[in-house]
Design a protein around this ligand. Structure first.
Ligand code: COA
Ligand code: AMP
Length: 641
């Protein structure tokens, strides 16, 4: 059996040959003759002369190979009580029909389509239908508010939008249509048409530009309307996925067609160790990169059955729902964020509900999206009795940068480490000056030597300059991940923290800069700071501090509440900013930089040092008092000498 080190060295000694061999796993309209063109694009492009179609590889090819009756997609919705299963043949028909509908509505190759939907199979159908005709989808997570959606509409300029009448959260039904309308109202760009999936809980009122999903599909099927897979250049964009940057303007991560398939297919075999016919379950949301890669594209490329799960790890109906889904659908690999397991552990610490289910089909649990704390990994290992594999990556890369390559060799687990780099990724730990830190286990900026492997972003949508400025310019010759970490003496990577203003709340990537922009917009707020503090459930939670303008007469607690509401309205419930405190002043350096890291340490009860550059040390005492009075200090520690 191959060893990880051999596979990694194979890649390193001849990256082009390595990826050309991996590319043989894809059905090409015209196979690439070159792996990589270093002169194309910002840092080069993969498979420059390959021609292919992603939807064809996810669906038709399996039908043509005689697997049409095998299960492709399972919709399991404990929140509505609904379940439905599609075979590869059925899913191909649904996608081809919806692709025909898109074409009939004037959507052409290269046009953008925004998908703003809850976790229903139609979300995946819409994505695959876009892929079939070469339209570029941009899925926006349902927890984002109209303003966030409007920002994405203005940037992506969609010809058409696909949405649903509502999403369903455990404590409420969320009508989507009013949010969609509000977003279009706010945006400068207007789509030509919207297709709305009506759900039982809420019926949306349809306006002049709106069309009913079910009616269109019924009509298309009656008339035999379908669309054939469009031959796409491997370098054509498949989708744009917006992710948080350091400002309120999200970054439109572009994914290409050919390299994406090659990388995902490779990862299913070598990282996730699943075979055609296995059930692969990524308990995430199609609005995030995990959902794009491992709910929709990778499992279907690999010929696995994928699960679209509309529910939560707890409360729908209980902390046993993951075990129920594993048993019922014979899940071979589960992929989720550590938060989900922390939620289950909190609710059912001894995993008593597990005793009601047979989870013997499960071979591996994969965790990603945020730091996997050793307690959670060990708890899952003990309870499930399968390897628990941490893997580290980003929206930008689309597939794991570091992982334990379960399909090659399961390396010894080191708690707190996401294990080793996958082929394609040469990781360097650099100091501020861009030099190698040198000694093992020395903290620095985690950077990837260019070029990035297939599957990673070639650029940001319509903005090569922002791509260069955000990722490539700081450390010439490298992609800057904005994560800080270290590589130990065994070559294992340990991710420690973000180096920018991004925080990670329940595996959701959020911009504190974006939240600060919203708070600054409140008429009573003079200045503000938002930072991520420790949360035993969600990993991090945001905390906002605001200083009021002089002369403001409104009660501070009313302004705090109004600010919480404002962030929820502008960014969305997903921001989860529940604590905003009025303070007299913000601690700053003499050059005016707000000392967010020190405030975070105070709130987290970590030892902290008085920064040498602080302008007025007394302010930190004031902040400490306010945090303590509000019960927002985790432990009571004093500054260390
Ligand atoms: N549409 C609308 N609102 C949404 C939403 C969606 N798709 N997803 C979340 N929200 C809302 C929630 O209802 C919640 O609202 P509230 O403040 O009124 O309660 C808010 O956004 C924050 O959501 P979340 O941070 O997810 O907290 P939660 O308390 O609802 O759930 C967990 C906590 C741990 C159960 C949940 O985060 C979870 O299942 N996480 C698993 C990890 C995961 O899926 N990560 C994604 C990347 S891999
Ligand atoms: P996203 O783009 O939403 O996938 O978020 C990517 C960021 O989440 C990374 O840059 C890390 O900061 C964090 N992250 C993702 N996976 C891990 C992991 N396995 N360990 C530590 N941090 C992670």
């Amino acid at each position: 059996m191959a060893k990880y080190a051999d596979v990694y060295n194979d890649w390193k000694s001849d990256p082009g040959a390595f990826w050309m061999e991996a590319a043989e796993e894809i059905d090409w309209v015209s196979a690439p003759t070159t792996a990589f063109d270093g002169d194309a694009g910002v840092y080069g492009r993969w498979f420059p002369d390959g021609v292919c179609n992603t939807a064809y590889n996810c669906l038709d090819r399996h039908v043509e190979a005689g697997r049409g009756e095998d299960t492709a997609l399972i919709y399991d919705s404990p929140i509505t009580g609904k379940k439905k299963s599609y075979s590869f043949a059925e899913l191909t028909d649904e996608v081809a029909a919806f692709a025909g509908i898109l074409e009939a509505k004037g959507v052409e190759k290269g046009d953008r389509v925004i998908v703003y939907m809850p976790m229903v199979p139609e979300a995946a159908i819409a994505m695959l239908a876009c892929a079939r005709i070469g339209a570029i989808h941009s899925v926006v997570f349902g927890g984002f508010a109209p303003h966030e959606l409007a920002t994405r509409i203005n940037d992506a300029k969609p010809k058409l939008m696909v949405s649903a009448s509502c999403g369903i959260e455990p404590n409420r039904v969320i009508p989507y249509k009013p949010m969609l309308d509000a977003a279009i109202e706010q945006s400068v760009h207007k789509p030509d048409a919207c297709i709305i999936l009506q759900r039982e809980d809420v019926t949306a009122e349809l306006g002049a530009r709106d069309h009913d999903w079910a009616a269109l599909v019924a009509e298309a099927k009656a008339e035999g309307v379908t669309a054939a897979p469009e031959p796409m250049a491997a370098t054509d964009p498949l989708y744009i996925l917006y992710t948080s940057g350091t400002t309120g303007q999200p970054k439109g991560v572009v994914r290409d067609t050919g390299g994406h398939m090659v990388a995902l297919k490779w990862s299913m075999e070598h990282v996730y160790a699943v075979k055609p016919g296995d059930t692969f379950w990524a308990a995430s949301d199609v609005g995030w990169v995990v959902g794009h890669s491992y709910i929709v594209y990778a499992p279907l490329l690999q010929g696995c059955a994928t699960i679209v799960f509309e529910g939560k790890p707890v409360g729908t109906p209980d902390a046993g729902v993951f075990w129920r889904v594993i048993e019922e659908h014979k899940v071979a690999a589960l992929f989720t964020a550590p938060t989900a397991f922390r939620a289950i552990k909190k609710e059912d610490p001894n995993a008593e509900l597990l005793e009601n289910y047979d989870t013997s089909s499960l071979r591996t649990l994969f965790l990603a999206g945020e730091r996997a704390d050793p307690d959670t990994i060990q708890w899952a290992e003990r309870k499930l009795d399968v390897p628990v594999i941490d893997n580290w990556w980003q929206t930008e890369t689309g597939w794991p940068i570091t992982a334990n390559p379960r399909g090659i060799e399961t390396l010894p687990v080191k708690y707190g480490s996401s294990t080793v780099p996958m082929p394609g990724y040469e990781i360097h730990i650099l100091d501020e000056g861009g030099h190698e830190v040198g000694a093992p286990s020395t903290l620095g900026a985690v950077c990837i030597k260019l070029p990035l492997p297939p599957g990673c972003l070639p650029t940001l949508w319509g903005n090569d300059d922002r791509f260069r400025n955000s990722y490539l310019n700081h450390f010439p010759g490298y992609y800057e991940t904005s994560d800080a970490g270290m590589i130990d003496e065994d070559g294992y990577l340990h991710i420690m923290a973000r180096t920018d203003d991004i925080i990670n709340v329940a595996g959701h990537r959020l911009s504190t800069g974006g939240m600060e922009e919203v708070l600054s917009g409140h008429q009573a707020v003079a200045e503000c700071a938002v930072l991520g503090t420790f949360c035993d459930l969600k990993g991090q939670k945001p905390l906002g501090l605001i200083v009021l303008k002089s002369g403001v007469t409104e009660a501070p607690e009313d302004i705090e509440k109004a600010c919480v509401k404002l962030v929820r309205e502008e960014i969305g419930a997903v921001a989860a900013l529940k604590h905003i405190l009025v303070v007299q002043r913000l601690p700053k350096t003499r050059s005016g930089k707000i000392l967010r890291a020190t405030i975070r340490k105070i709130a987290d009860g970590e030892p902290w040092k008085m920064p040498a550059t602080i302008d007025d040390p007394v302010i930190l005492d004031e902040i400490t008092e306010v945090l303590k009075a509000r019960g927002l200090v985790q432990h009571d520690l004093q500054p260390s000498a």
